[in-house]
Design a protein around this ligand. Structure first.
Ligand code: NAD
Length: 471
C-alpha cells in the first residue's frame, strides 16, 4: 500500500481491520496457513527477476547472484522447511505431570497472537521482510510490514506484489519515511519484530513499551572472527573474505574484524588480499561487487578511513578494479587500528576489515569479552579444546565454526542477538514459537485432586500438605 505520509490514525485503522479479521479467524487451519505460505513462494517465483532488478537499482548496483543466493534462496528454503514441519508444530505439545497430579493431562497449545508488526532494514530488503513473514503467517497471525525508506522502488514493488497476492486483512505493507516508522512503532501490535540498528531499536522498544507490546529486536554489532594458531590461514582468509565482501560488507553478521596471532598478521593480510582479488579477477567480475547504500553510509566509511590514515594506521587497499562511479569502496584492510577509532567503536557495515593481533588465544577471548556482546562470532580452529574454550568464555547471538555466515542459513537453528545485538530469536521452529502464545493447558480427567486440599482442612489435607512439601 503506498502510504507515504500515513499518519497514526490511518495506521491504526489498518491495524483495526487486520485485528477484526483475526478475531473472525483466531486459529487458522493448517490448510489456510499453508496457502498463505504458498502465496509467498509464488510471489517470489513469479517476480524473481524484477525483484533482483529493483533491488540492484535502489542499491546503485547489487549483484543479482547475491540477491538470489542470499535472499531468495534462503526464503525458499525456509518456506520448504516451515511447510513440511507446520503440522507437527501446530499439534498440542504434551507435558509431564507430577505424581500428585496424575489425574490431569497437560499440554501446550501454540496459539496465534493476532497482528504482528515487522520493521525491515534496507540491507536485505526481501529476506528481512518475507523471512519473518513466513513464520508470522505459519503461526496463524496477520502482518503489517514497514520496509526501509532507503530503497523506495523496492518498497513500492513489494507493496504492489503483496497487494496482489494477499488481501490487506492478511498482510499489508506500509511505505514511508522515518516519521511513518515512528508512528508504526507506536501501534498496539500483538508483537513487534524490529530488524535494524541498535540505536533505532532502543527507540522502537521504548515506543512498544507504552503499549506493553512484546518485541523481538534483531540488531547489529561488531562480529569478531578469531583465527586460532592451528588453523590454515589461507582457508580462514577465503571464508572471511566471503563473509565480509558479500553485499559489500553490509551484512549484519559479516565478520567485522579479525583476531590473528601477532606473528601471522602479514601472512593473513597477504592471504585476504589474494582472496579478494580472486573473487573479482576482471572488470567483468565487478558485476558481482555491490555498492554501499546511501550517501551517508558512504561518507561515514570514508571518514573512518580518513581518521585511520590521519592516526598513522597501516591501510592496505586491495587493488581490484571497482566501478569508478557510484558508491563503491574497494576491499580495505586496517592493520591494528586503535580501539577508540570510529571503525573499531562502531559496526563497520562496509568492505573494510580491521586485523587485530593477539599474543595468546586467551588474549583474543579477553578482547571479545571486553566488548559488547556481538550478533555473530566466527571461530577458526580444528582443536576441540580451543573451540570449547572460546565457546564457553564468550557470549554472542550465534556462532559459525570454520566458516562464516552459515548459521543464518540453517532452518533448524534459532537466529538472534544477545544484549545490544538483540532480544529474542526466530527462524524455523523458534520463529513459530516466537510469534505464538504458548498457552499451557491443564485438564482434569476424572477426579480433581484439588478436592483433597479444600477446606475445612482435615487429616487428608494435612497428609497431602506433608507429601507435597517433601524435599
Ligand atoms: P535502521 O535502524 O536505520 O532502520 C531500520 C528500520 O527502522 C527502517 O525500516 C527505518 O525506516 C526504521 N526507522 C528508522 N528510524 C526510525 C525511528 N526513529 N523510529 C522508528 N523506525 C525508524 O537500520 P538500517 O540502516 O536500515 O539497517 C542497518 C542495521 O541493521 C545494521 O546495524 C545491521 O547490523 C542491522 N541489521 C540487523 C539484522 C539482524 O538480523 N540482526 C539484519 C540486518 C541488519
Amino acid at each position: 500500500m503506498n502510504a507515504s505520509g500515513l499518519n497514526q490514525t490511518q495506521l491504526q485503522v489498518m491495524l483495526a481491520h487486520q485485528r477484526r479479521a483475526f478475531e473472525g479467524e483466531p486459529f487458522p487451519s493448517l490448510a489456510t496457513r499453508r496457502d498463505r505460505l504458498d502465496r509467498i513462494g509464488k510471489l517470489l517465483k513469479d517476480h524473481q527477476e524484477s525483484l533482483c532488478a529493483v533491488v540492484s537499482k535502489d542499491f546503485g548496483h547489487r549483484s543479482h547472484h547475491e540477491t538470489t543466493l542470499l535472499e531468495i534462496a534462503p526464503l525458499m528454503g525456509s518456506l520448504r522447511h516451515t511447510r513440511s514441519h507446520l503440522r507437527r508444530w501446530m499439534r498440542p505439545d504434551r507435558r509431564a505431570r507430577s505424581i500428585e497430579f496424575l489425574q490431569l493431562s497437560n499440554w501446550v497449545q501454540y496459539q496465534p497472537l493476532g497482528v504482528v508488526g515487522i520493521m525491515v532494514p534496507w540491507n536485505y530488503p526481501l529476506l528481512l521482510a518475507l523471512g519473518p513473514l513466513i513464520e508470522v503467517l505459519a503461526a496463524g497471525n496477520r502482518a503489517m510490514i514497514k520496509p526501509s525508506e532507503l530503497l523506495p522502488e523496492t518498497s513500492a514493488l513489494l507493496a504492489k506484489l503483496i497487494g496482489e497476492y494477499f488481501n490487506p486483512e492478511e498482510v499489508t505493507l506500509v511505505e514511508g519515511g522515518v516519521e511513518v516508522g515512528t508512528a508504526f512503532s507506536r501501534l498496539c501490535f500483538d508483537h513487534l519484530l524490529f530488524t535494524g540498528s541498535t540505536s533505532v531499536g532502543r527507540k522502537v522498544m521504548e515506543a512498544a513499551a507504552a503499549n506493553l507490546t512484546p518485541v523481538t529486536l534483531e540488531l547489529g554489532g561488531k562480529s569478531p572472527a578469531i583465527v586460532a594458531p592451528d588453523y590454515p590461514l589461507a582457508a580462514a582468509a577465503r571464508d572471511i573474505t566471503f563473509g565480509k565482501l558479500m553485499n559489500a560488507g553490509q551484512t549484519c553478521i559479516a565478520p567485522d574484524y579479525v583476531l590473528v596471532e601477532r606473528s601471522k598478521v602479514d601472512t593473513i593480510v597477504e592471504a585476504l588480499s589474494k582472496e579478494a582479488r580472486g573473487f573479482y579477477p576482471t572488470s567483468a567480475a565487478l558485476e558481482h561487487y555491490s555498492c554501499v547504500v546511501g550517501e551517508r553510509a558512504h561518507a561515514r566509511l570514508l571518514q573512518g578511513l580518513r581518521e585511520c590514515r590521519d592516526r598513522g594506521v597501516k591501510i592496505v587497499t586491495v587493488d581490484i578494479d571497482i566501478p569508478k562511479s557510484g558508491r563503491s569502496i574497494p576491499p580495505t584492510l586496517l592493520i591494528d587500528p586503535p580501539a577508540d577509532c570510529l571503525l573499531m567503536e562502531e559496526e563497520i557495515f562496509g568492505p573494510i576489515l580491521p586485523i587485530i593481533p593477539y599474543d595468546t588465544l586467551d588474549d583474543a577471548v579477553a578482547f571479545v569479552r571486553s566488548r559488547p556482546r556481538p550478533l555473530a562470532l566466527y571461530i577458526f580452529t580444528r582443536d576441540r579444546s580451543a573451540q570449547r574454550k572460546i565457546l564457553e568464555n564468550t557470549i554472542s547471538g550465534n556462532v559459525t565454526i570454520n566458516g562464516t555466515l552459515l548459521h543464518i542459513a540453517q532452518n533448524d537453528l534459532p537466529f538472534g542477538g544477545v544484549g545490544p545485538s538483540g532480544i529474542g530469536a526466530y527462524h524455523g521452529h523458534e520463529g513459530f514459537v516466537r510469534f505464538s502464545h504458548a498457552r499451557g493447558i491443564a485438564k482434569v480427567r476424572i477426579f480433581n485432586p484439588a478436592r483433597l486440599a479444600m477446606p475445612p482442612y482435615g487429616r487428608i489435607a494435612t497428609l497431602l500438605a506433608r507429601f507435597m512439601s517433601r524435599t
